[in-house]
Structure formats: C-alpha cells, structure tokens
Design a protein around this ligand. Structure first.
Ligand code: FRU
Length: 489
C-alpha cells in the first residue's frame, strides 16, 4: 500500500466512525453547545492555532476510533468570528513511518503565502524504536496539507520524550521551542533557530527543571509556548510530575507560566516563579497566538491526561473531552489577566438584570438565574463572612477569608482532590461565569484567576443557589447563550 493510500484509508475509517456514532453523540445531554468537542472519539490539545487572511484556524488532537489516547490525527476547524465554525477535512493523519503512532501536538505559522504546520511524529516503540521527531507540513489553500517529513531529530542527552514544537518569528528569524526530557528525567524546553523553516539549528535548553531557580520541577515539560506580552516574555508550559504544594498543583498535571526575558543569542530564558494559569480541575496544554487585531488569544484543553475514560459519562455516547473558550491574555498591574474573547457576546440573548440583591444568613435562588447554557456576571458591593454559589446540586464555588474554592465530586481515583483553591490578591469583586451543559468556566476579578472544569450534574437540573453567611449584596446580569454553529466544510 502506498502512503497516499494509507492516508486515504485512515480518513475513510474516521468518517465511517463519525457516521456510526453521530446519532448517539448528538443525542448526548452532555453535548456542549458552545465549546469544541470531537465529532466522535477523543479530543485533546488545541494545535496550530492561528489567524490567516482573516480566518481563524484551530486544529486539535483527535483520536476518532475510541475514547482513549493513541495514534492521533489533527482535526481542523475554521471560523471568521470565533462563533460560526466549519469542520474541515482532518489536516494530518498518522500515515507515514515518522508519525504512524500519532501526529502529536504542534503549531502553525504563515510564510510565503503558505500555512506551515510543525508537529511531532510519534513512534510508540511497540513495533520498532520509541522515538519522537519534529515534522512539517504545508498548505497553499489552508485546507489540504502536504507533509514535508522530519525537520528535527532529537538531540543527544535527551530521551524520546521530545515533542510539541511551537514556532514564531522574531527580528528576521524563526524560532521553535520544543518540550523535552533529559536522560536523568528532568523536564526542559529546547530552543531552535531557522532562517527558512527547513534547516533548524539547536541553540540550547531555554528553561527547565533544575535550571535557574528551579529544583526538581517535573520530569517532562509538555506543550511549551513562548511569546512577548507587554514588554516581557511569557513561557507557558505543562510540566508533568509536580507534587501538590499547599493550594497549588492539585491536579494530576498542571499548566502554568513563567514571565521573564529570553536571550535570543544564548537561548537562555531568565524567569521568575511558576504560576498556574487555571485553578479548575480540567485545564491542560493551552496554546496561544497573536491574531490580526494584535490580541494574544489562548485556547486550552478542557481535560487532563490520565483521567479514566469511564469517569466521563460521555464515553457511553462515544466521545470525550473538549476545549476551553478562547481567552484574551493581557497584562495589568503586574499580573497576567485572562478574559473571554469579546466575540462570545454575540451568543447572548436579552439580559436579565438584578441590580441589587441582598442575602443575609440564607440560601436562595434568584428569579430567572438558572439554566445550563448561560453566562452570569456578578458584581459585589458587600460580602459577608462566607459567600457561595451552588451549581445544579453538583459543584460549588465559595469564598471565605480571601480564599476561593471550587468543589466538585471526584471523577476517578486519579483525581487528587475534590477541592481546587486559590487565595486572591484582592478581595472578591466580580465573577463572570460561563456554564455549558457539562462545563464551567469562572473568571474571577476581571480574569486574575480562572477556574475551568467539566461538570456532570443531572441533565435536567438547572438550579443555581446563592448562600451568604452574614450579609452580601451584589448585582447579577444573566444571559441565555444561543450556542455556536459547526457546519461541515
Ligand atoms: C499533551 C500531550 C502532548 C502530545 C499530545 C498527544 O496533552 O501529551 O505532549 O503531543 O498530548 O496527543
């Protein structure tokens, strides 16, 4: 069989799988109304996130054939406005010797009027060597991609955990950062440079466990992303193997960022402390891009590796996992802030406004504030000793003495905790909440913290309850969200 035949065969098998499962995926009460979820099978990391000639391209790690991990495809969706999406033909299938066990995560750049993808070709070692290569593919129409093969092989001194290339342009050169693991099992990110996107020179490790101020900070760093934001460099990374530390690192794996300065000559990234990007239970492997309006937009995987498939009731309907909403990153008063992309406001129905609600030593519902595909905006005038919101008799968010806690039943025994917490730097003053049929994204104080989680309450349960110990006064705006559209390309 030729390689082109293998590609064709994989596409047909994936289409057949979609046709087979479409009915049950569409009938699933946990099917999301305004988040990316797979047509069937498993979705994980966002990849190749970019805007080109006005069109947003979002690729995603996709296993069509079951709800577990394996030989990933790159699914592909496009949109002009982040609300109306088109499902395109998969951009990459695991069809070649160098990516046969997965076209793993990577990124996209535009050069010479072509869309270039950089991704990891994974060989899992079951038949032959265990290896990961950085590979390239290119497209003139933004839809059909031609693989160019391996562009970077693993350097000496590193294990076969060598993946997730993120490429960007800086002062006349191309740079790539790749996640890696040293022979003594420490996570690092490696920096490469190129003039032509084909020949890559290894500059060196930019950051990692046991480098700079870090001591034993994870055995593998996945999905690095390095970009400038307001005069500083930000390195986002998903380190694996951090132990829980107070309120931090309570999920199996986490994603966070360092701020600092990258020395492009030596390749060294001088940085401060690591901060988690999100305080919820499911958030991993985010990727950012600068769009044509100059916004830094982030999308993450609304999942974490190593959760049991059965922990998600959606597996009974042949799909699992989803992506977060697109968020804009900004820098304000020395902090990284995250806010939902403003295009999402186009999904809002008419507003329901309660301008001043007071609750004192009581728990109540607020008229009209209910539903499963909704956005809420709460602004606090006064807070009692404790304030809490309960969602659908399933999850709750509570605030007490400067600490915000999200609690939710444990999905499986790998989950380390039922509580995710953060101590806020400022008193709680606002909450912007996006609830979808099986997810919650909560933006705190204009985006200084975010909690992202999947939730699986009873499908028909729509109630939200408000509790205050002492007296709390706040306003609420509430919108029903129409959901977004996904057409076939
Ligand atoms: C992160 C990750 C990446 C890898 C991809 C495979 O979730 O493990 O490191 O490229 O998923 O699907």
């Amino acid at each position: 069989m030729t390689l082109a035949d293998r590609d064709e065969e994989l596409r047909e098998l994936a289409e057949a799988e979609i046709r087979k499962n479409q009915g049950s995926v569409e009938a699933d009460p946990y099917r999301l109304t305004y988040h990316h979820m797979p047509p069937t099978g498993l979705m994980n990391d966002p990849n190749g996130w970019i805007q080109w000639n006005g069109t947003y391209h979002l690729f995603y790690q996709w296993l069509p054939f079951h709800t577990g991990h394996g030989a990933k495809f790159w699914g592909h969706r496009t949109s002009e406005d982040l609300i109306h999406w088109t499902e395109q033909t998969p951009a990459l299938t695991p069809s070649e010797w160098f990516d046969k066990d997965g076209a793993f995560s990577g990124s996209a750049v535009v050069a010479d009027d072509q869309l270039h993808l950089f991704y990891t070709g994974n060989l899992d070692g079951d038949t032959g060597p265990e290896e990961e290569y950085q590979c390239a593919a290119v497209s003139v129409d933004g839809i059909n991609f031609k693989k160019k093969g391996v562009v970077i092989e693993r350097p000496e001194g590193y294990t076969s955990h060598f993946r997730d290339p993120k490429v960007w342009h800086h002062e006349g050169n191309w740079y790539m950062i790749v996640g890696a693991q040293t022979m003594d099992k420490q996570g690092q990110v490696l920096l490469y440079q190129s003039q032509d996107l084909e020949n890559w020179e290894f500059i060196g490790p930019a950051a990692g466990s046991f480098r700079g101020p870090l001591k034993a900070f994870g055995y593998m760093w996945e999905c690095p992303d390095l970009f400038p934001l307001n005069g500083r460099d930000v390195l986002i990374v998903s380190p694996q193997g951090l132990e829980p530390d107070g309120m931090d690192y309570a999920n199996t794996y986490q994603s966070g960022f360092f701020t600092g300065t990258l020395d492009y000559d030596t390749g060294s990234f001088d940085h401060g402390a690591f901060r988690e990007l999100d305080r919820g239970f499911e958030f991993y492997a985010p990727q950012t891009m600068e769009d044509e309006q100059g916004r830094r937009l982030l999308i993450g995987w609304m999942g974490v590796p190593d959760q049991e498939e059965e922990a998600h009731p959606t597996t009974a309907n042949h799909w699992i996992h989803a992506l977060t909403l697109p968020r804009e990153l900004t820098w304000k008063d020395g902090r990284l802030m995250q806010s939902p992309a403003e295009e999402l406001q186009a999904m809002r129905g008419p507003v329901l406004l309660h301008s001043s609600i007071t609750i004192e030593n009581d728990q109540k519902a607020v008229r009209g504030v209910e539903g499963r595909s909704i956005e809420l905006n709460l602004e606090f005038e006064k807070l009692g000793d404790q304030f809490a919101l309960e969602f659908y008799q399933y999850a709750s968010l509570s605030y007490r003495k400067g600490v915000l806690t999200l609690s939710r039943p444990r999905l499986d025994e790998h989950s380390k905790t039922e509580f995710r917490r953060v101590r806020l730097e400022q008193p709680l003053n606002s909450l912007r909440i996006f609830a979808d049929t099986s997810s919650l994204e909560i933006f705190v104080n204009g985006g200084e913290e975010v909690f992202t989680s999947r939730i699986f309450p009873q499908p028909e349960e729509e109630h939200i309850l408000f509790t205050s110990l002492g007296e709390s006064t706040f306003s609420i705006e509430k919108w029903n969200l129409s959901g977004w559209t996904l057409e076939q390309g």
